[in-house]
Design a protein around this ligand. Structure first.
Ligand SMILES: O=P(O)(O)OP(=O)(O)OP(=O)(O)OC[C@H]1O[C@@H](n2cnc3c(O)ncnc32)[C@H](O)[C@@H]1O
Ligand SMILES: [Mg+2]
Length: 172
């Protein structure tokens, strides 16, 4: 069986684990490399469009000579004065295809939203809020806000499945 060469456009361990677990569960043989790729959007995207664009740019910028690359981006957007966390993914292939998908969205308490509006990144706010460190690398904001029922890796795992499923259906 051919071994796919895949790039994941982040060094964040929640994202890397999410991608490698999906391939493991699918029993796909992959050679996975984690690369720092520019999102070319703000460190803290503030709309669905900007978050999606960050995922797309990461995937394209991580591709290099790999078979395909996956970009995952977290962001926030506002509906009726409530800030929601949103999560986007993109898969870019060597033959020029681009596949996108989005994942879970959950409202952020006003206390957290206020920090974001004043320009602090969510990762920093969450660590202060929960009095822990490196939350973005494991349970994530979503883990804190769901009382541990859904962590960041599981949430991104779902996004990765949405990407790989479309890629597979498309006749990888
Ligand atoms: O190294 P990268 O891949 O950039 O990983 P990251 O943790 O910074 O993740 P993103 O850039 O995709 O997320 C954009 C911002 O939102 C924060 N963020 C998003 N989702 C989060 C979560 O579930 N928990 C904590 N921080 C989160 C993150 O720290 C960034 O400030
Ligand atoms: Mg980031």
């Amino acid at each position: 069986m051919r071994k796919n060469r895949v790039a994941i456009a982040s060094k964040n361990s929640a994202k890397i684990t999410a991608v490698s677990n999906v391939f493991k569960n699918l029993e796909w043989a992959v050679d996975l490399s984690a690369v720092d790729a520019e999102s070319e959007v703000s460190a803290q995207p503030f709309s669905q469009q900007e978050t999606r664009q960050g995922a797309v740019n990461r995937a394209k910028n991580a591709l290099g000579d790999q078979d395909f690359a996956i970009g995952l981006e977290g962001g926030v957007y506002e509906v009726e004065e409530i800030l929601y966390l949103c999560n986007w993914g993109a898969l870019a292939t060597q033959d020029g295809r681009l596949i996108t998908a989005a994942g879970a969205q959950i409202p952020l308490p006003e206390e957290i939203a206020a920090g974001l509006r004043s320009g602090t990144e969510l990762g920093t706010i969450m660590d202060d809020y929960a009095n822990e460190s490196g939350i973005r690398h494991h349970k994530g904001a979503i883990g804190i806000l769901t009382d541990g029922l859904v962590n960041r890796g599981e949430m991104f795992g779902h996004v990765v499945k949405l990407l790989i499923g479309q890629y597979q259906r498309d006749g990888d």
